[in-house]
Design a protein. Structure first.
Length: 255
């Protein structure tokens, strides 16, 4: 860990951030600019702390916490949803996003899959999931057998797995699926899954950088009260009201 992340980042002019390139949570522009709801909020709060910019590194979800611990980046801002095991390993800021999970299913949803219980009730049904992702944890907590889980690298690979018939449904955040699946496609996105936990995320730092996290939270609280915070949420299709009054402590109870 850096002796003093705030001083180092101010001097070098940026924070190194792990992202996923999964719109609308995270997105890399063709010119390399890192954007999406969480990076845009991270950049704004970092600037309030006197850090000019952020520098993004695209990495799989399962590598984000190991890479943070190995000092390959300073922060994760990827919609890395809070839960007990992750909160034991990193220090999260207060949440900036509260969102939902859905299934991508064949149009018309012939299998009538709308809940995790539906998946559990049909041992033949194969569900696409990203390894190490929050969705894999939802399936494991519900004791969905490993044989029913098909691992896919990222959102795009999940849609390809559906198209190739390697899985029957694909579990991912609602808004990520909506960004991947065009209207009138052969697939559609279900309503938010009622028996999946609330998905909340904020920036994740090394626990040794707790003094940075404290300073970050002070500026984040002030930023949340601005029109700019609302504008960023709405630009990316998130509901700014969903995170109001929700704390990291609450979201860290998720299994
Ligand atoms: O927290 C996670 O692991 C999940 N978050 C997002 C925004 N997409 C997929 C990933 O598995």
């Amino acid at each position: 860990a850096s002796a003093n992340l705030l001083e180092t980042a101010r001097q070098q002019g940026y924070l190194r951030v792990a992202i996923a390139n999964e719109p609308p949570y995270t997105q890399v522009e063709t010119d390399g600019t890192v954007t999406g709801c969480e990076p845009d909020i991270l950049r704004a709060v970092a600037q309030r702390l006197g850090i000019d910019d952020i520098q993004g590194i695209v990495t799989p979800y399962e590598s984000m916490i190991p890479g943070l611990q190995a000092n390959r980046w300073d922060v994760i801002a990827a919609g890395l949803f809070m839960k007990q095991s992750r909160c034991a390993e990193v220090s999260y800021s207060e949440p900036v996003i509260v969102s939902t999970e859905s299934f991508a299913v064949p149009s018309g949803n012939p299998g009538k899959i709308t809940t995790i219980a539906d998946v559990l009730a049909n041992p033949e049904l194969k569900v696409g999931v990203i390894p190490g992702g929050f969705e894999e944890g939802i399936l494991n907590s519900a004791a969905v057998p490993a044989e029913q889980q098909v691992q896919v690298d990222d959102g795009r690979s999940g849609v390809e797995a559906l198209q190739a018939g390697r899985c029957d449904v694909f579990l991912l955040p609602t808004l990520s699926l909506e960004a991947l699946i065009e209207d009138g496609d052969e697939f559609e996105v279900t309503d938010p899954i009622p028996d999946a936990p609330a998905t909340g995320s904020g920036a994740a730092f090394r626990q040794s950088d707790q003094s940075f996290v404290d300073a970050y939270n002070t500026e984040l609280t002030a930023f949340k009260a601005t029109d700019e915070f609302t504008r960023i949420q709405e630009q990316w299709g998130f509901d700014p009201a969903a995170v109001e009054g929700v704390t990291a402590e609450q979201l860290c109870q998720n299994e």
